[in-house]
Design a protein around this ligand. Structure first.
Ligand code: XLS
Ligand code: NI
Ligand code: NI
Length: 437
């Protein structure tokens, strides 16, 4: 097969002084930070749906993307060909992982049997290419939101027939993920929510969603898939409300239905902001629940109210993300999947490279900065000191559950008004800015 990107060389690290736009200025895969190679810190992944399948249409206009290797048909040959393009891209980008939905890699046919066959035929190429290149599948998933049958939900559809169809589709996607050695499997509940409560039995839909996830866990056990399951929070869009609206809602749901042992979270920056949270908030919330599994690395636009899925280039954002990742001890099965697309105006194949280079360099800087902040220690020392009254005496006794309201009242009657130390927000912001260079 002819190269898809004949004009683009392998992207190499050239250092911060390089003026070459097709080079890494900061990402140096084998360079160690804190005793670990950058590539192992990040476990970068390419999102098949955006990089290979997104035509860049928006609600006001059709596709603009120029993809000369793609004949535009939904033939299996075209799909198999596209799969090979992915591996050329991964190789040239020095990215080790990818993620896909079943319907990104292979066309959907008129019945499930035919769709499964098409998927198998493409999976054959994916496996062959993985073996040839050593690239890996970070996670697989099933598209349970694009086909009209899922317009009213998949596992939360009012129709049991649709639930069954979704289950059959996930069964196959899970088996293919397993065959490809996938390290995880994601559930993003695209239409698992509602458009209006006037027609919705909320409790019943949630029960069904939980039953669906339990079936997936059971089937994984049956076929020997030991990868990590993830739920990906998102508050809305396409639904007006999605049940997995944010980390807190997901954790409550998982706990209520006995699923916390089986699912962690895949957290996406743009979904955090759509939920009215910062990415940092969502990561901290997940870490507090021991449930941070993987990250969909992108960002939104402050001026646009939808999931714009842009490539992350903000150093403060990548610093905060890497602080959370480093402090939890790094990824195990998860990684940083670029669930991001180039802008509609960026229609050339070359733009795919600039986009990923920018994201990877931004994360390399975020990693270095986060590592320096932690090594420096002033920040953690301040925060630790801020809570010092809990480390001994009264605070330690409260934390140990040794005192109640009466003891605390007695204490206050003796000691009087507490003295408070300043929160020093501005000082801390200045301190962090010392490292952003
Ligand atoms: C869409 C989601 C989707 C998931 C995978 O908003 O982010 O891309 O990551 O289904
Ligand atoms: Ni995502
Ligand atoms: Ni998204």
């Amino acid at each position: 097969m002819a190269e898809a990107f004949p004009q683009i060389p392998r992207i190499e690290f050239e250092g911060p002084d390089s003026k070459n736009p097709l080079a890494f200025k900061h990402y140096n895969p084998d360079q160690e930070v804190g005793g670990k190679k950058m590539r192992d810190h990040f476990r970068f992944g390419v999102a098949y749906w955006h990089t290979l399948r997104n035509g860049l249409a928006d609600p006001f206009g059709g596709p603009t993307a120029l993809r000369p290797w793609d004949d535009g048909s939904d033939s299996v040959d075209n799909a198999r060909n596209r799969a090979r393009v992915l591996f050329e891209f991964l190789d040239k980008m020095q990215i080790d992982f990818y993620c896909f939905h079943d319907r990104d890699v292979a066309p959907e046919r008129n019945d499930l049997r035919a769709s499964n066959e098409a998927l198998d035929q493409v999976a054959e190429v994916l496996l062959e290419e993985q073996q040839r290149t050593g690239k890996k599948l970070l996670w697989g998933t099933a598209c349970l939101f694009a086909h009209p049958r899922y317009a009213q939900g998949a596992a939360t559809s009012p129709s049991a027939e649709v639930f069954a169809y979704a289950a059959a589709q996930v069964k196959k996607a899970l088996e293919v993920t397993h065959r490809l050695g996938g390290e995880g499997y994601v559930f993003w509940g695209g239409r698992e929510g509602y458009s209006t409560l006037w027609n919705t039995q909320m409790k019943r839909e949630l029960d069904h969603l939980a039953a669906f996830l339990h079936m997936a866990v059971d089937h994984a056990r049956k076929i020997g898939f030991t990868g990590q399951f993830y739920i990906e929070p998102k508050p809305r869009e396409p639904s007006t409300h999605q049940y997995d609206s944010d980390v807190a809602a997901c954790m409550n749901f998982l706990r209520q239905y006995g699923l916390t042992d089986h699912l962690k979270l895949n957290i996406e920056t743009n979904h955090a902001t759509l939920a009215g949270h910062s990415m940092w908030h969502e990561l901290e919330a997940a870490v507090a629940n021991d449930a941070l599994g993987s990250i969909d690395a992108n960002r939104g636009d402050e001026l646009i109210g939808w999931d714009t899925d842009q490539f992350p280039t903000d150093i403060m954002l990548t610093t905060q993300i890497m602080l959370a990742v480093l402090r939890m001890g790094g990824f195990t099965t998860g990684g940083l999947n670029f669930d991001a697309k180039v802008r509609r105006e960026s229609h050339d194949p070359e733009d795919l490279f600039h986009a990923h280079i920018g994201g990877m360099d931004a994360f390399a800087r975020g990693l270095r900065i986060a590592h320096e902040i932690l090594e420096d220690g002033r920040w953690q020392d301040f925060v630790k000191q801020r809570y010092a009254t809990w480390d001994s005496g009264l605070g330690a006794r409260i934390e140990a559950g040794e005192v109640g309201f009466e003891d605390l009242e007695k204490h206050v009657l003796q000691s009087g008004e507490p003295t408070l130390a300043s929160g020093r927000q501005e000082m801390l912001e200045n301190l962090i800015n010392e490292f952003i260079r």
